[in-house]
Design a protein around this ligand. Structure first.
Ligand code: FBP
Ligand code: MG
Ligand code: MG
Length: 286
């Protein structure tokens, strides 16, 4: 089994699980009594998607470990494997009660977790929108597929790239918690682009991939590290957007340059057309 076979097996398993995750949502809109390791309240659907993916991804030959936003530590596979999968089983799960968009995010690393952004070999997400779609990045190419009810993929875009004339933006966090530098930057962006913020990173980033623009969740006054998690959300989404010809940043440099010290580390996160990411870095550097 080559590296690319392993990546393909991971993508296949995630796609095959998508109809199960989706079918399982309706009955799992209630909160559990537990918090995840970063202190978010867990929905029954978060736990369900996590358990499903853990089981199916650890079955894959050469996958040596599974880590997820929903569990404290890495789960090792029974047999040794040189690829390590990081998952956000349900991204945007607070959208479940209001029946808005959500996703599943996966990163395949060639080093044990927590690993550096540059150790990512492939990444992908499923978007549970009106249609279930999957976007994957590997070997320098981003592909978009539609996932059928049977969990198989039909490719609809073989070389997805960010459009050159951006139109949308979305930034998370309460405005009074933004820094003055960031608020000033947003003012300039708002004059050029249209606000589209849905509260699920994957949904919001997919709008940027489709229409061009920028998505971000900045560091906040009471939470300078931001909300999103580097390993499960930051690296994979940065890898996808950069492979699609865009840029990513933690406010200072590409998210792929970041090396987490711990599994659940958070980071400010920005992805989109390079021009907007460059301007953001310039604005934040004062
Ligand atoms: O509710 P807020 O503060 O806008 O936060 C939304 C952000 O939080 C998230 O929902 C966090 O992800 P999870 O749902 O996987 O915890 C992102 O998808 C989204 O960008
Ligand atoms: Mg998430
Ligand atoms: Mg999640």
């Amino acid at each position: 089994m080559t590296a690319s076979d392993t990546v393909e097996a991971v993508f296949k398993a995630v796609a095959a699980s998508a109809p199960d995750v989706r079918d399982g949502l309706a009955g799992r809109r209630v909160y559990e009594s537990t918090d995840n390791p970063t202190g978010d309240r867990q929905l029954a659907a978060d736990v369900y998607a996590d358990e499903l993916l853990e089981e199916r991804l650890l079955e894959i030959k050469r996958v040596g470990g599974y880590a997820s936003e929903e569990r404290e530590s890495v789960i090792e596979a029974e047999a040794e494997g040189e690829y390590h999968v990081a998952c956000d089983p349900l991204d945007g799960s607070s959208n479940l009660r209001s029946n808005n968009t959500m996703g599943t995010l996966v990163g395949v690393y060639e080093e044990p977790l927590p690993a550096a952004g540059r150790d990512l070999v492939a990444s992908g997400f499923v978007l549970y929108g009106p249609i279930t779609t999957m976007v994957t990045a590997r070997e320098g190419t981003v592909t978009e597929s539609v996932i059928g009810d049977d969990g198989t993929r039909r490719t609809v875009e073989t070389d997805l790239t960010l459009p050159g004339a951006p139109t949308v933006y979305g930034f998370g966090g309460r405005v009074p918690q933004w820094s003055g530098e960031f608020a000033g930057y947003v003012e300039t962006v708002a004059e050029e682009l249209k606000l589209r913020y849905g509260g699920a990173m994957i949904g919001d980033v997919n709008q940027v991939l489709t229409y061009g623009g920028i998505f971000g969740y900045p560091g906040l006054e009471d939470r300078p590290e931001g909300k999103l998690r580097l390993l499960f959300e930051g690296h994979p989404i940065a890898h996808i957007v950069e492979t699609a010809g865009g840029g990513s940043s933690d406010g200072e440099r590409s998210l792929l340059e970041s090396v987490p010290e711990s599994l659940h580390e958070r980071t400010p996160l920005f992805v989109g057309n390079e021009e907007y990411v460059d301007r953001l870095e310039a604005a934040l550097s004062g």
